[in-house]
Design a protein around this ligand. Structure first.
Ligand SMILES: Nc1ncnc2c1ncn2[C@@H]1O[C@H](COP(=O)(O)OP(=O)(O)OP(=O)(O)O)[C@@H](O)[C@H]1O
Ligand SMILES: Nc1ccn([C@@H]2O[C@H](COP(=O)(O)O)[C@@H](O)[C@H]2O)c(=O)n1
Length: 230
């Protein structure tokens, strides 16, 4: 069967990576988490002291871009890819609320996107990839054979993310904190000039507010077979 590129875009915390990972596993494709790359650049900026509160010293980040190396490697124990920043596994750190609160500022910077997009295009050049993000179907792979745009209500997304944070031992974050973060990220991601979050004209829209994880997995698998054949 001919391999294709599958682009999954949508709002924050709506289940894109859950769907993308499930599908990649089922069909033997590689899953690429582009959000993790922007998160890794954000973590680097925090570690290097480029932030003072939410104010970023852009010039310091711009001149350091060449020293940031981001890789993703499959972890057979967890069954998912881990993100490495300059050789160090940062999978847990990049999921923190501190990173979530700053990542959309970093991802809006044109010089950051100009560094990340070519890397993402290279990762998918052999096809056989499921890539999730905000601009995959519009900028990174405008010719992707299958494009999905996922959405769910902000409250449902915030509750899902909060449940996940709690399961990981976060006792501090509240529903209000997470809801605010989800809404703020959507606003910054949708209104930035470079690679804004928007639905590609040829994307299929999925509102999974009232779908279970197995239901959305089945729906996506059906869309894949409709395009790639059985
Ligand atoms: N249909 C669903 N029903 C309930 N929970 C779901 C559903 N889909 C995903 N989830 C849960 O919602 C949380 C967010 O999902 P996921 O990380 O896949 O979202 P995302 O869109 O990739 O988020 P982000 O853009 O912030 O990286 C996870 O805890 C996941 O298990
Ligand atoms: N293609 C992408 C992917 C992500 N972003 C930005 O990164 C943030 C974190 O992404 P998650 O998917 O892990 O939530 C996201 O809020 C965007 O700001 C992006 O710009 N483009």
């Amino acid at each position: 069967m001919k391999k294709i590129v599958i682009a999954i875009d949508g709002f924050s915390s709506c289940g894109k990576s859950t769907m993308a990972k499930d599908l990649a596993k089922e069909i033997g494709y590689t899953y690429i988490d582009t959000g993790a790359m922007y998160r890794a650049v954000t973590l680097y900026s925090i570690q290097q002291g480029f932030f003072s509160g939410n104010r970023l010293d852009e010039e310091k980040l711009r001149t350091s871009m060449d020293t940031i190396r981001i890789t993703q490697r499959f972890n057979s124990e967890t069954g998912r890819s881990d993100t490495f920043l300059n050789g160090v596994n940062v999978e847990n750190e990049i999921r923190s609320m501190e990173v979530a609160g700053k990542v959309s500022l970093i991802a809006a910077l044109p010089f950051v996107r100009h560094a990340m997009v070519p890397l993402q295009q290279k990762m998918g050049e052999e096809k056989g990839v499921v890539m999730d993000g905000r601009d995959i179907g519009t900028v990174v792979y405008p010719d992707a054979e299958l494009k999905i745009f996922v959405t769910a209500s902000p409250e449902i997304r915030a509750q899902r993310r909060l449940d996940e944070l709690k399961a990981k031992g976060d006792t501090k974050s509240t529903f209000e904190d997470v809801l605010l973060n989800v809404k703020e990220r959507d606003e910054i991601d949708s209104t930035r000039k470079e690679g804004p979050l928007r639905q590609a004209e040829d994307a299929l829209v999925l509102d999974n507010s009232y779908m279970t994880i197995p239901e959305q997995k089945l729906w996506l698998l059906q869309q894949f077979h409709n395009v790639a054949g059985s």
